[in-house]
Design a binder for this molecule. Structure first.
Ligand SMILES: Nc1ncnc2c1ncn2[C@@H]1O[C@H](COP(=O)(O)OP(=O)(O)OP(=O)(O)O)[C@@H](O)[C@H]1O
Length: 485
């Protein structure tokens, strides 16, 4: 429960000074040794005003500690930050540049606020504020880990760390704001607390791509659950909460796998020698990029009990496989509204996970299309032995190939339209609408031209990529793909 002594109206330009009591937001996450003991109503006073932030920012962010990201340089958030820091006397971003609007929530480590840059009303951010004086050394190491991981990320489904501010005994992380809430809340708004298969496929695919990226960096996430999947303004996902991650080495490899065997011969175009015929052997093996931290190893038992993998429960050490197990639980929860090994108590849940009992599914009289594929994927992910669990050896590469994700054009996933589900409002900011609208129109003309050329040059070929990309619509894509089967 939050109690504010003072909280200014959201749209005023006042400095914010308030006292709040933090409390646990959910009982799902725990660290093995310290089960949220310090969370019980720890009183915290923050004074975010000119005086404090300028007088006590010896380590305040300077321009060199802003986390510039190549993919985001044209993002309006960056433009706003650059404009502010250009005017700043020392070229840095300080707390007095930020206007706190409201409290978004509290977690294990600190509290999160919605904020804006003063004079830049279109750029909203989330500010995670951690009071280091209130944390144990173990939790401080989690804060450290979260900052470190965030500073490595540059991906559309992961938060961008715009700045890290060290002010007095506070660490403040400025990241993307997600106005859509989290997937857990969205799930609770659905009939039966479950999402339609198409929506699950969309969210699971985006989470998979985010996990793939984390694993390629050697990061094992360890806290996948719907609560940590936030929804951006455009309806796409953003994984949050990186304090339980651990880092390991990853050695990217090109691995060979069997390619299409049906086509015995195919004519391909070689720039130097013109047309040539590929031999059947060439078609059989395909090189695939795999970057999975499959030698990662940790002994610390962290996570959310319903999402813990058996090897985590047994405490004998675990690796990257815990994320793929959690991914199976995640898909199950989105489809069935509950987790697969949930018992009457935390202990019985953990016993169910550790037992030899395999995952079972509720029986439905009428089954939605795609449920059989979903069950097949879940069964392969919820294999108790990590050595034979899907994803553990070759990561997302193997998971993407499962029938449940059939038809998804992975490189285009960012352009898919999010599902229309109850409670998911997709806001379009003015700047976003205008620029994307223009881009969309330009792209449509471009694709139409290309579509015409391809149609002329290849008889009987299906043009689904082009026609569906121009729509940017995942559902149209999936449906036309089904029609082809
Ligand atoms: N970028 C964001 N945009 C919008 N809301 C956010 C953002 N980051 C966090 N929140 C909300 O703020 C609350 C606290 O988040 P925080 O990450 O500190 O803790 P948490 O998710 O509860 O996890 P934990 O306690 O395991 O650290 C959550 O309810 C979350 O939904």
């Amino acid at each position: 429960m939050e109690e504010y002594n003072f909280f200014p109206p959201a749209d005023t330009d006042l400095d914010l000074s308030f006292t709040s009591t933090t409390s646990a937001t959910t009982d799902r996450t725990f660290a093995s040794s310290s089960a949220r003991t310090s969370l019980a109503r720890s009183s915290l006073t923050l004074s975010f005003n000119e005086r404090l932030s300028t007088a006590s920012t010896p380590t305040g962010t300077s321009s060199s500690t802003l986390f510039l990201r190549p993919h985001r340089t044209s993002d309006p958030h960056w433009s706003a930050i650059k404009a502010v820091t250009n005017l700043s006397s020392d070229g840095g971003l300080h707390l007095h540049h930020l206007k706190l609007l409201r409290h978004l929530g509290s977690g294990n480590l600190g509290r999160v606020f919605l904020c804006r840059l003063r004079d830049y009303d279109h750029a909203n951010f989330a500010l995670k504020v951690v009071d280091k004086d209130l944390l144990s050394s173990k939790k401080l190491s989690h804060v450290q880990m979260e900052g470190e991981i965030l500073s490595m990320l540059d991906h559309p489904f992961l938060p961008t760390l715009y700045a890290r501010l060290e002010v007095s005994h506070y660490t403040c992380l400025l990241i993307d704001y997600c106005p859509g809430g989290d997937l857990h809340s969205l799930l609770r708004k659905q009939p039966g607390n479950r999402l339609p298969v198409q929506a699950v496929r969309f969210f699971a695919a985006e989470v998979l791509v985010a996990l793939e990226y984390l694993h390629a960096l050697g990061i094992v996430y360890r806290d996948l659950k719907p609560e940590n999947v936030l929804l951006r303004e455009d309806g796409h996902v953003m994984l949050s909460d990186f304090d339980l991650c651990f880092k390991a080495d990853v050695v990217p490899t090109f691995e060979c796998r069997e390619g299409p065997t049906k086509r015995k011969k195919r004519t391909s175009c070689n720039c130097l020698s013109g047309r040539r015929t590929r031999s059947p052997e060439e078609l059989i093996m395909e090189a695939e990029f795999v970057a999975e931290p499959n030698s990662a190893f940790s002994r610390s038992c962290v996570g959310t009990h319903e999402y813990l993998a058996p090897e985590l429960v047994s405490g004998n050490g675990h690796g990257n496989g815990v994320d793929w197990w959690a991914f199976g639980v995640f898909i199950y929860e989105l489809l069935y509204g509950t987790t697969p090994f949930k018992g009457w108590s935390k202990e019985s849940t953990l016993r169910n996970i550790a037992s030899s009992r395999n995952v079972s599914f509720p029986v439905a009289e009428v089954e939605e299309e795609g449920m059989a594929d979903a069950r097949d994927l879940i069964e392969k992910l919820l294999v108790k032995d990590p050595r034979t669990r899907l994803g553990c050896a070759r990561g997302a590469t193997d998971i993407k190939r499962q029938a449940f994700f059939g038809g998804i054009k992975w490189p285009l996933i960012r352009t898919y339209r999010p599902p229309e589900v109850r409670g998911l409002t997709i806001k379009k900011g003015r700047s976003h609408v205008s620029s994307s609208h223009v881009m969309h129109r330009r792209r449509r003309w471009w694709w139409k031209g290309l579509d015409y050329v391809v149609k002329r040059n290849s008889k009987g070929y299906k043009y689904n990529l082009i026609s569906n990309y121009s729509n940017g619509n995942y559902y149209r894509y999936v449906n036309s793909n089904k029609a082809r089967k």
